[in-house]
Design a protein around this ligand. Structure first.
Ligand code: G
Ligand code: G
Ligand code: MN
Ligand code: NA
Length: 253
């Protein structure tokens, strides 16, 4: 109950902050950032999402929280892109509860309009579990989001159970290969085979692939050689507070 009250207060007092982790193409250029929520305690300490996202989902607070996250991410991106020659994109993690509310597409339409962000510069990260849920409301809202022009990706790909036929039918453009399959590349033969297979499948389906959890040069070189075109991980850039992330991206121009 204490954490629930804390979360409620943090939402009312604008103490949900976003950190941003850059995502790079094979040439090392930042193409996008992933927004990652943190809660700023009254004591000034940062509370990581593992400590409040599950609670937010249980209590339904994920709906207003998710809306704040989307608005903050789009406002930040609009200010940054105004200073860049080539705009970058932002990806935001979305939970199944937000989609089940049936209002996500309306919320996003308003936020894009308010912030004047082009729809294709917003990407929503969904898990396989969310996509495989049979709720009609989820699929309707996903189709509306797709019609709006928002990009959809599958986060932590390979850790859940998705059927290939449903994957084909979903309006998804990108797969984020879970970092457990990137670990110990290129030495781990299982992961070599898995990453190649996921890439081949994605190519056949016309989906892009982002490798997550890239920590070493050896991993990066291997993945690029294999043809994975987007990379994210501590070895390239860590999640950073909003101001630092903007400075980092501006300094790369
Ligand atoms: O930043 P960190 O590695 O601690 O994130 C841990 C988990 O929290 C990740 O799985 C990430 O997807 C999730 N997460 C971070 N921010 C958000 C958010 O704004 N909404 C949702 N639903 N999940 C988030
Ligand atoms: O589940 P999701 O992919 O949304 O989780 C994102 C989280 O993964 C972020 O909170 C980030 O801190 C973490 N992360 C990003 N890059 C790396 C990495 O290279 N190694 C590890 N261990 N975690 C990472
Ligand atoms: Mn993610
Ligand atoms: Na992930």
């Amino acid at each position: 109950v204490k954490l629930e009250n804390d979360l409620h207060d943090a939402l009312n007092e604008d103490r949900i902050e976003l950190h941003y982790q850059p995502r790079f193409n094979a040439k090392g250029r930042v193409m996008a950032v992933e927004a990652l929520a943190r809660m700023r305690g009254r004591d000034g300490n940062l509370v990581p999402p593992v400590q409040f996202i599950p609670l937010a989902e249980e209590t339904g607070l994920i709906v207003p929280l998710g809306e704040q996250v989307l608005r903050k991410a789009c406002e930040w991106l609009a200010a940054l892109n105004a200073q860049l020659e080539e705009p970058i994109a932002v990806s935001v993690n979305v939970s199944g509860i937000q989609l089940m509310s049936g209002r996500l597409s309306d919320t996003i339409r308003s936020i894009l309009k308010e912030t004047r962000i082009a729809a294709h510069l917003l990407e929503l990260e969904l898990t396989e579990t969310v996509l495989m849920q049979h709720e009609e409301s989820i699929h309707e809202d996903l189709n509306r989001l797709h019609t709006l022009g928002v990009e959809l990706s599958i986060d932590d790909f390979g850790t859940g159970y998705s059927s290939l036929s449903l994957l084909q039918k979903m309006p998804v453009q990108t797969i984020k290969l879970d970092r457990s399959f990137v670990a110990d590349l290129p030495d781990n033969q299982d992961n070599v085979i898995i990453s190649r297979t996921v890439l081949a499948m994605a190519n056949a389906m016309g989906l892009g692939v982002v490798a997550e959890g890239v920590e070493t040069d050896a991993q990066r070189d291997f993945l690029i050689d294999e043809g994975i075109l987007q990379l994210q991980g501590f070895g390239l850039a860590r999640p950073m507070p909003a101001e630092d992330a903007a400075k980092f991206i501006l300094s790369q121009q």
